[in-house]
Structure formats: C-alpha cells, structure tokens
Design a protein. Sequence first.
Length: 333
Amino acid sequence: HYKNAGIRSWYRMLGASDILGNPIVLVSNLGTGVWDFFYEPAQGIVSSPGDFGVGIAVGTKSLLKNSVYGVFNTFQKVTGSLAEGSAALSFDSNYLNKRQQNQEAPKHVFDGVGKGLMNFGSGIWQGVSGIVSQPVMGAYNEGGSGFIKGVGKGTVGVIAKPVTGVFDLVSKTSEGVRNTTTFWDEQQRKRVRYPRHFTTDGVLTPYNIKKAKGQYLLHTINNSFFSKESFQFLMKIDSQLTIVLSNLHLIVLNVNNNTEFTIDWFIPINLIRGLQIFDNKLTILLSSPFKYFLFEKNTNIRHIESINSLRLYKLNTILLQYLQILKQSYNII
C-alpha cells in the first residue's frame, strides 16, 4: 500500500519542492491567468460589446495577477530554500532559533521590503559579532575545546550569516510582492472559526475547535501537500512546537508568533519502529533513513525535544496508541 502510494505521490513531492520554486503552483497560476485572458472576453462578446470590454479587463487583470503571483512565489520559494541552507551552515543554534522566530509572512510589498532589510541587517550583525562572541561563549561553556569550536563557528558564520541575510532580503521582498496580489481579495478576510472536522466515516459530530484546527493545519501546510490525508490528533508541546498526526505521517511544526506554522520535519508512520523517552527528549526510531527537505540530514533517528517533559510523556503514550491502531488498519508489520 505505502510503496504504491509513494510512487504515485513522487511527482507531487518533486513538483511541490521549494528548492525548485514549487513549479506546480507556478504552472497552475500561469495557466489560470492565460485561461481567463481568453475565456472572459469570449464569454462577454456573446452578450454585448460592453460585456466584451468588461471581459477584456477582467481577463487582463487575472493574467497579470496570476503571473505576478506565480513568478514571485517561485522566487520566494527558491531564495527561501537557499536561505535555509546557508543558515544551517552557520551551525549556530541560537542564531537559527532566533531567525526561525522572525519568519512572519509579510502582508504586502512594503512589509516584505521592511522585513527583508531587518533580516539582512541582522545577518550582517550576527556574522560580524560572531567572530568574537562565538569563541567567548564556547570557552565559557566548554573550555578550550569550546573556544576552538567557537572560532570555527565564528569564521563560518561571518560568511554564512550575511549570505543568509541577502537571500532573506530577496525572499521576503518576493513574498511581499506575491502577497500584494491577494492583499485586497475578499478571500483574505479572516475566518470566524476553522472548517468543521469530519471523520472518515462522514458522521456529523459536535464542533470541536482542536480537531478543526488540526485538520486545517494538516490540509494547508506545505502548500496543501497533506490535503488528502486524514487528521488523527493535534498536540501543542510548548509555545514553539506543535505535533500533528495524520493517517500517513507524523509532522512536527515550528510555531512563530503563535500564528505562523512551518514544518520542522515529518516522517511516514510506516517507518516508525519504536519510541524512547528520557527526560526532555522523545526519540523516534525508524526502520530506514528518511528525509524530504534538501538540506535535511538523512537519518533513521528523530528527536522531539522540549523543556515540558510532561507533555512529551503524554505525547509518547498517545502516539503508541494511535500508531498501533493505524498500523493494524493498514496491515503494517
């Protein structure tokens, strides 16, 4: 079952890859724009000359809007992936955590330029100051060996962090231009509540805000990559970490400003072979190495860490229950 599903979904994974600029979204937007450019005038000319003129205006607007959205969405995805890769090369966990917390999506082009300039300035400052701060912090924490590590981190960071800042500037500006095209759309109005969660049997149950939110996250994150999967449960571990389980994947989300969710990593549940928990770390053992993101480490061990150990123990218990049920349902040995 999973082998066939994996083969069928490979084209989706490749087409939705951020490092390639998510070509599926680009082609979809360009196709929609070109279709409307010809379809709307054709519809109008059947009615009247006035409607034909309106059709030209509507079709042209759609072509421009979808073209700008698609092209700048591609720029944002590519440069964003490059920024993630260059940031990872700094090997500075504090820098990576702070950068992750400042990834709020810009609302429009001016907001994008502002956020991009802030990240650019931060990258330069972090890179230059790291030459001194990294060795000092390393020596303070680990002595002589820490000092040597700090010198290495500072040397690499003085290049990696400013380069990341440049990519962030281009990425945030592109994202701002992209989001400007939908800034005034009626669809941008905030929902009063999340769409209702439905079970696989289609039975209508009382509205549950937690299940509704979990289903919404599952079906919208990573450009709706998991939209065909069935939501199982959602758990908030701490202010920056949330777990979502579907019938096919375990997904770990980073939370920025309590509103923005980004994928840290995810794994197919059929690869999970065991769970181990100790203090503030839940270790997930896989039957074989797995990675999705380009700069992600290819490993057969995953960790979920948090200072909230009680939530981790609860997560361990719930995961064991759900995994047993799901694996029996799909006859996974």
